[in-house]
Ligand binder design. Structure first.
Ligand code: TGC
Ligand code: FAD
Length: 392
């Protein structure tokens, strides 16, 4: 793969809206991605392997639970810093950002928000340092967009619960030390349980042959009469709103992350267009290529403004789930469209691993599907503005 020459586009001087701390956190993540992710990511994706050697580095740049307080071993940063870290990591690869998103928003966030003090003390510092990795089990083989239909259950069995069922498409599952699992009790109420690797009856078979997110490990979670200690139930919130609350945090991170993938595609295409000559001139001098590049920087700028404003509202605690959903949908669609156009600017070179664009393009096919499909997010906005849910 070519040396990483990335230069971040900032057409509207959005850096002026960031604090010195934001820029410091962002620049540290950017440098780390250049140094530790760019040189190895193409090979990891080609081999379909999650590069475990970057876990310590992810912890060092504060990518695990950045907005969780310092008393739990985390960085205690604000929401814009969280977004900027996700942006920089996904500039490197969506699969690496997935690992960080899951650890932060889908494992640490529920433990922090819905867990007991003992659970927070036991798990959060180790998750922040990367000593322990987690995954999040909501989706099931027969319940993807409609998680409320889940059939994974737990029942009271004296001093423990008995957990049965299966989850599918779970990021980090093959290597995770713990899984935050959503299941129904005997009354049909959804709760989150912390399941540890090694519990009898718990297995995590890996999902192979993905063409997308190849540098992220995906798997199933299978529960066959798993005895889960009662102290592993997260008691502070139940119902579908509990897992959906975690998705708000993860979708927010993706709204920023997708900008990173788009920036990398745009920057690569712009540089290539200025260097590559056809008909005796740089291809950047042709109007059709300029149209593509002009539209890309416009869409990136709009997405940056959306993410920044959402970050301000997240910091204030005023962002609604529907506002987060809109940003996830818009920014991922923006990125997938830019990846496709950018690849065309590179001609045949665009399909090779010499450049990052094809990998981003394939990765974004997962990103537009997970954390709620593009269609589900359209329906969330539709329900919000009309007051009429059209999910069923
Ligand atoms: P609905 O009746 O609308 O809501 C049920 C209850 O939940 C509350 N609620 C929320 N609470 C917090 N945050 C949100 N975003 C919420 N949305 C809804 C709601 O108020 C209600 O509460 P209550 O107290 O009245 O019971 O539920 P529904 O069954 O009609 O479903 C709505 C729908 C379709 C939008 C929802 O099910 C949905 O978002 N589906 C998409 C599923 C999804 O996104 N799955 C993601 C799995 S995790 C993943 O993909 C990780 S990828 C990670 C990576 O690698 O980066
Ligand atoms: P389905 O729900 O079967 O949807 C299929 C199609 O039908 C979609 O186009 C959808 O938009 C459409 N559709 C569904 N319902 C409606 C409707 N009401 N109206 C109109 N159209 C509709 N899940 C986890 O829990 N944890 C993870 O860590 C995780 N990681 C993932 C990693 C990867 C690489 C992938 C691909 C998925 C991951 N997921 C994870 C699962 C992901 O959240 C689901 O794939 C997603 O929610 C969609 O569910 P589904 O695949 O079952 O599709």
């Amino acid at each position: 793969m070519k040396a990483d020459q990335f230069q971040a586009p900032d057409y509207y001087n959005l850096d002026d809206l960031l604090s010195d701390e934001h820029k410091m956190v962002r620049d540290a993540a950017r440098e780390w991605v250049k140094r530790e992710v760019s040189p190895i990511i193409e090979e990891a994706a080609q081999k379909a392997e999650f590069p475990k050697q970057i876990i310590n580095g992810l912890a060092e740049i504060g990518a695990f639970g950045p907005y969780i307080p310092e008393e739990y071993g985390c960085a205690g940063l604000d929401q814009i810093s969280y977004g900027l870290i996700m942006q920089e990591i996904e500039r490197g690869d969506s699969g690496v950002r997935s690992t960080a998103s899951v650890q932060s928003s889908l494992v640490m966030y529920p433990i922090f928000k819905y867990g007991t003090e003992e659970q927070k003390k036991k798990y959060l510092p180790k998750l922040a340092s990367g000593e322990m990795m987690g995954c999040f089990g909501l989706t099931e083989p027969d319940h993807g967009s409609n998680p409320s239909g889940m059939t994974t259950t737990f029942k009271d069995n004296g001093d423990h619960y008995l957990l049965n069922g299966a989850k599918m498409w779970i990021s980090n599952a093959p290597f995770a030390d713990i899984a935050v699992v959503w299941a129904k009790n005997e009354e049909g109420r959804i709760y989150g349980l912390i399941v540890e690797r090694g519990m009898e009856g718990f297995t995590t078979p890996e999902t192979h042959n993905k063409w997308s997110l190849r540098a992220s490990a995906t798997g199933e979670l299978v529960f066959n009469n798993v005895k889960v200690p009662k102290e592993n139930l997260m008691p502070e919130k139940s119902g579908l709103g509990a897992p959906l609350g975690c998705l708000d945090s993860a979708r927010y991170g993706i709204a920023w992350g997708a900008i990173g993938a788009a920036m990398d595609c745009y920057d690569t295409a712009l540089r290539y267009a200025k260097e590559r000559e056809q008909f005796g001139k740089p291809i950047a001098s042709f109007q059709l290529q300029q149209k593509k590049l002009a539209e890309m920087i416009t869409e990136i700028t709009k997405a940056q403004l959306l993410a920044w404003r959402l970050g301000v509202m997240r910091n204030e605690g005023t962002a609604t789930s529907a506002q987060i959903s809109m940003a996830k949908r818009n920014n991922v669609e923006m990125a997938i469209n830019i990846a496709r156009e950018a690849r065309q600017i590179l001609g045949g070179m665009g399909i090779t691993g010499e450049y990052s664009i094809m990998r981003h393009s394939m990765n974004l096919e997962s990103v537009i599907t997970y954390e709620g499909t593009h269609d589900i997010h359209l329906l969330i906005t539709g329900a919000d503005i009309t007051g009429i849910p059209a999910f069923q």
